[in-house]
Ligand binder design. Structure first.
Ligand SMILES: [Zn+2]
Ligand SMILES: [Zn+2]
Length: 571
């Protein structure tokens, strides 16, 4: 049992205790333990009860619970709570933004036990009547639950990618010579996908099907499967798997067709012939289909029917960004705020990955929940950075901060402190309930601040979990262009914010894009990959990618920008 699973049990226990109105100190003790354990790098199952109790945020009683979980795989406290709780209520507890107490009220007073029932009750206006709710809360809950239900069966790309890699490894072992490929939005690396699609060419479809039938962790759906199609679910979380079989001679045709998307297939060449028409004949390779169109092979990510034409008329597909083009990564956290690994560990890990620099940008002082840095801590961190930079040279740590954009759009430190940073990522983390005018105004003010280097995760969305606050993308991007502010494409797979559909517009306006992992631990430094995946969908090039600059260029850029900003602020 790994830390993640143990923390999951504690987290659920906290939600259920809250649901059943347990005293708030008990609930908080679980929440504090979860917060601290998520940032703890030691293996919990290897620790004794005494050592556990000494961990920050973990008291005696939770240490005993962790021990029980390590030894038996379950927690009796949680088991008792689960016995009294319907499945639908557990599901509702996972939805961000409703809250355990409100769920208990609708359960007790309206008999609501599922997300669907909650939505109906809200639609009928029954929630507004309950004490402590009102019309505004009802509308909010209705919006949250509609969003949840419409996304319920989607998978975010990183989860799909990891599941896919696992499956593919087993296919490779069993059928080393087979020709197969990912297909659909999964192959196009869309940020959320409905299913893991594959096209598999085989002369003996029966064998391939038998293999999938007998695979551990997969359940075939007989109704949805057919003679050349295997559909089913991954047992753990019911993600859908959809495999289409074909013969080798038509592999290219089927793959291109099932990769899509529809707009891409409708593209026509100069002679007016569409891809769809070429697909009427069988091709064993995609490349011959594209060459019949007089085109180079279009990378799957780009096949959205949006920007392909630019790459068919002059722009080179090879110029599209790849992960190796990134020379450093900005926007990362450490144990100074809410990260799991120390500044030194993060820097060394980044160096080991072959990058030339790391931008550290812990949370600013207002972000108390994330242990944001007060002025003293900022200076302490800067001293440590100076020391590490001497040790690690030529690798460099840039002194940054993820400054909260306060409700009025200002940044989170006085000018003299802001001037001590090499760069500032400005992001919104609080008061997310804003209308489009207010949210846009808030961002615009931050963008106009001469201390802002990068605008962080512009909408605050969490894919499948929380809609972002609405913003006028065009206005915000235009302002970034005017004020020389870089926009982040936050590569945390839950965010991928700025949405890739706006990247092209930003680039057109001359705004550079920074692909930032927002890593809170060493392993997620690698999440830049997911940012690159979606950036490639827009044809983003190395030239327009901020952190594709090498150390020398970044040094030059940041120092020039900084001297300009202090000039501005002193006027
Ligand atoms: Zn942030
Ligand atoms: Zn961050």
């Amino acid at each position: 049992m790994d830390n993640k699973e143990i923390i999951q049990i504690l987290k659920l226990t906290a939600s259920l205790l809250k649901l059943y109105g347990e005293n708030q100190f008990k609930v908080r003790s679980y929440q504090t333990a979860v917060y601290n354990l998520e940032r703890n790098a030691q293996k919990l199952i290897e620790l004794g009860e005494k050592q556990l109790a000494e961990l920050p945020g973990v008291g005696k009683s939770i240490a005993a619970t962790i021990r029980e979980i390590s030894q038996t795989g379950v927690s009796s406290t949680l088991d008792n709570l689960l016995k009294q709780t319907p499945k639908g209520i557990l599901e509702l507890l996972k939805v961000k933004g409703v809250g355990a107490r409100k769920i208990k009220t609708v359960w007790d007073q309206l008999g609501v036990e599922t997300a669907e029932e909650l939505l109906s009750a809200a639609t009928r206006g029954e929630l507004a009547e309950l004490s402590g709710f009102g019309k505004k809360t009802q509308d909010k809950i209705q919006q949250i639950i509609s969003f949840y239900l419409s996304n319920k069966h989607l998978i975010h790309y990183k989860d799909a990618d990891l599941l896919g890699l696992n499956l593919e490894q087993q296919i490779k072992l069993q059928f080393p010579d087979a020709r197969w490929s990912r297909a659909g939005s999964f192959r196009r690396k869309v940020e959320v996908v409905g299913s893991l699609d594959y096209v598999w060419a085989s002369d003996s479809v029966g064998e391939a099907e038998d293999f999938l039938d007998s695979m551990q962790g997969l359940d075939k759906n007989l109704q949805l499967s057919g003679p050349l199609r295997w559909r089913g679910e991954f047992r753990d979380n019911s993600e859908l798997l959809d495999v289409r079989f074909c013969n080798l001679l038509e592999f290219g045709t089927k793959l291109l067709y099932y990769t899509g998307n529809m707009e891409h297939l409708s593209l026509t060449n100069e002679q007016g012939k569409s891809l769809r028409e070429v697909l009427e004949q069988s091709h064993s390779d995609e490349s011959t289909i594209y060459s019949e169109m007089g085109w180079p092979v279009i990378i799957p990510e780009l096949r959205e029917g949006l920007y392909e034409n630019e790459f068919l008329r002059g722009q080179k597909m090879e110029n599209i960004l790849v992960t190796e083009d990134l020379k450093g990564i900005l926007h990362n956290h450490s144990t100074y705020s809410d990260g799991k690994h120390s500044l030194e560990e993060m820097a060394r890990a980044c160096n080991d990955l072959g990058y030339e620099y790391l931008g550290i940008s812990d949370h600013s002082q207002t972000a108390v929940y994330a242990n944001g840095l007060n002025e003293e801590k900022v200076l302490e961190q800067h001293r440590e950075i100076d020391r590490l930079n001497q040790e690690l040279t030529p690798f460099k740590i840039f002194k940054g901060i993820e400054s909260d954009i306060l409700s009025d759009g200002s940044l989170d430190y006085p000018e003299p402190i802001l001037h001590t940073f090499d760069f500032v990522v400005a992001s919104v983390h609080s008061n997310l309930n804003m209308d489009i005018d207010k949210a846009t105004e808030r961002l615009l003010r931050a963008v106009k601040n001469p201390n802002t280097t990068v605008l962080g995760h512009p909408t605050g969305r969490l894919l499948l979990k929380r809609e972002g606050y609405p913003i006028d993308h065009q206005k915000v991007i235009d302002a970034c262009a005017v004020h020389g502010v870089v926009i982040e494409l936050n590569a945390n797979p839950w965010r991928l914010d700025l949405d890739w559909r706006w990247v092209h517009y930003a680039v057109e306006k001359g705004v550079k894009i920074s692909i930032n992992p927002d890593a809170h631990e060493k392993v997620t430094l690698k999440d830049v990959y997911y940012g690159v995946c979606v950036a490639r969908k827009t044809g983003l090039t190395k030239v327009m990618t901020f952190n594709a600059m090498n150390l020398e260029e970044m040094n030059h850029y940041l120092s020039t920008r900084k001297s300009k900003s202090s000039l501005h602020s002193n006027v």
